[in-house]
Design a protein around this ligand. Sequence first.
Ligand SMILES: [Ca+2]
Length: 308
Amino acid sequence: MQIALIGAYFAGVLGNADVMASATNGSSPNSAASVVPAIDSDAGVIAQIRRGLEAFEFEPFFQPIVKLADSSLVGFEALARWRHPQRGLVEPADFVGIAEASGLIRAIDSVILDRAWQAFEEALEAHPMPGPPMLLSVNLSAANLLDTAILDRIEALLASGRGRLTQLQFEITETLLIKDKDAAAEILTRLKDMGVSFALDDFGTGYSSLVYLHHLPIDCIKIDRSFSEAILRSPRSRAIVRSIIGLARSMELRAVAEGVEEKDVADELLALDCKYGQGLYFGPPAPAGELVDCLEQECARRASPSRV
Ligand SMILES: [Ca+2]
């Protein structure tokens, strides 16, 4: 991804964020401000986020996604981190809410997408992988997905000549998408035509999860961590997980369990025929500098499959 292109888009996103933050009538389906409370009291945080964006302080960390049957690496989820000069490494829970309310989430998403894609491509070029291609899964807000500018950005990625867009997946969560489901379906379909795939994030926690599956061209379900965490002690959670996995199988979707933190949970998910998992048991989110190490380990594992 060319830096000039990133800069031009970034400037546009910041401009749009100003417009979105000042919107008050809620009439636009594309306006994040139409569905969130007032943000006046958070002006200081917003200024900090804006400063942090300009100072290039937002960066992607990468968490492995693995095949449960043999712990082989199938890809990474790119997770936003804010490397704040005073507060250190700040996690999304501490800034995403306010970033969504102010519209700045679009700029953060864009930076994470650009930096993650660049790091992912560089790591794969430095360390070509035999076997199945790696997937990069990136969280994208509804505000970005509902803006047709995303199509131009993905086309620019394609035009950069290095694109392996079949390896790019967007994770979506927000109910805002379903408010304008026809527009969302059209954009997602056009992106799918370019090779991009889509995952429903935090599946099971949103009231409209099934509506998404009904209307949108989804490829993957990410089972919310609250179900994985409870699977060993709650028969009800286990039943829910089993049902989600069955739903995914019948719709020919991938199912990825989030929040896998111990071996017994991974084993139980596998027994329920869940194919993929993600969580601390398989690896914490790590900075881009560790991507190559991760790929090297996977190469060694593939060269010697008995070493799991
Ligand atoms: Ca996610």
